[in-house]
Design a protein around this ligand. Structure first.
Ligand code: PEP
Ligand code: MN
Length: 342
């Protein structure tokens, strides 16, 4: 951290900053220029310093943070990038050469539904089956999901098609049971800053897909990943799923720029969810294509065999034929950005 003093800062004001830094165990490196004095704080753990504690001091002009507040999630921790291996044999690698597509219904509704959707998305090339069993619905009167029964159906449908399974866990009490059925645990946008839950996931032995909170900055998102990683689980996959802006045409605003920025700031893989990112079926494929072109390590897409009768998110769910068509397009785009797709 660097503290830039006002041009008219007095010697006692400068000394006060130095004294506070020293008291906190930091070395204060003073450089006295022709017009301004600048004080650099050097120490083991600059994260413990709150820039605002210095901003409010008399004579301070500006406080500039130099190091990132996240360590384990930052690119410098593993410059070569992280490949998260999911599945009992680590058979699906996310963050490597392959662009990995996850697909399935928003919610598991019945054996018939998940079986049909699983077969169609597997045929088109999806490697991970999605489906919510615990649904975080805005209204308590909306369909809440099938719970553990749904997870059993999801597991069976995934196995029948040689796929991995992903589903959302909503709180700590669900982690253990969900881990028995799932290959990847999904943390929903609404839970991105549930810090006690994130700490529990740090102890889980399954990869975690961490969705971006609806109004989370990239830094807040990476700090949430840091919570999971600092608990000992380094298998974190980020997922951009759209953020809330002033625009009302789409359900959310799909932040494609987050993809290259996260790749710069972090070594963690990032996938895109254009279904929640737009909320509208006809906007899903264009945003999926854009996300892959922008360097996404994968996609998660909602597909339903009969979206009109879906119990949740039907309007943003692709018909199986639309999903297959999209997969065909991705096979053309993916090699152009130096990646592969199976
Ligand atoms: C979902 O994937 O069905 C879901 C609820 O996503 P999000 O947490 O991004 O809203
Ligand atoms: Mn959904």
């Amino acid at each position: 951290m660097v503290i830039v003093m006002e041009t008219n800062a007095t010697e006692p004001q400068i000394q006060k900053v130095i004294d506070i830094l020293t008291a906190k165990g930091f070395d204060a490196h003073r450089s006295t220029g022709a017009t301004r004095t600048v004080i650099g704080a050097v120490g083991r753990d600059a994260m413990v310093l709150d820039p605002r504690d210095f901003q409010v001091l008399e004579g301070v002009h500006e406080v500039i943070r130099i190091s990132e507040p996240y360590k384990l999630a930052g690119r410098v921790f593993r410059p070569e990038g992280t490949v998260v291996r999911a599945g009992p044999k680590g058979q699906v690698a996310i963050g490597g050469r392959d662009v990995v597509v996850m697909a399935g219904p928003c919610a598991i509704e019945s054996e018939d539904q998940i079986t049909r959707v699983a077969a169609s998305v597997a045929r088109a090339g999806a490697r991970v089956l999605r489906g919510g069993a615990f649904k975080p619905r805005t209204s308590p009167y909306s369909f809440q999901g099938m719970g553990e029964e749904g997870l059993k159906l999801l597991r069976a449908a995934a196995d029948a098609n040689g796929m991995l399974a992903i589903s959302e866990v909503m709180d700590s009490t669900q982690i253990e049971a969900a881990s028995r059925y799932l290959d990847i645990l999904q943390v929903g946008a609404r839970n991105m800053q549930n810090f006690t839950f994130l700490k529990e996931l740090g102890r889980a032995r399954k990869p975690v897909l961490l969705k971006r909170g609806m109004s989370a900055t990239l830094e807040e998102w990476l700090l949430s990943a840091e919570y999971i990683m600092s608990g000992g689980n380094h298998d974190v996959i980020l997922c951009e799923r759209g953020i809330r802006t002033f625009e009302r045409y789409t359900r959310n605003t799909m932040d494609i720029s987050a993809i290259p920025i996260i790749h710069k700031l972090s070594h963690l893989p990032i996938i895109a969810d254009p279904s929640h990112g737009t909320g509208l079926r006809d906007k899903v494929a264009p945003m999926a294509r854009a996300a892959v072109a922008a360097g996404a390590d994968g996609l998660i897409i909602e597909v339903h065999h009969d979206p009109g009768s879906a119990l949740s998110d039907g309007a943003q769910s692709l018909y199986p034929e639309q999903f297959a068509e999209l997969m065909g397009q991705l096979k053309i785009i993916v090699p152009a950005v130096g990646r592969a797709i199976s």
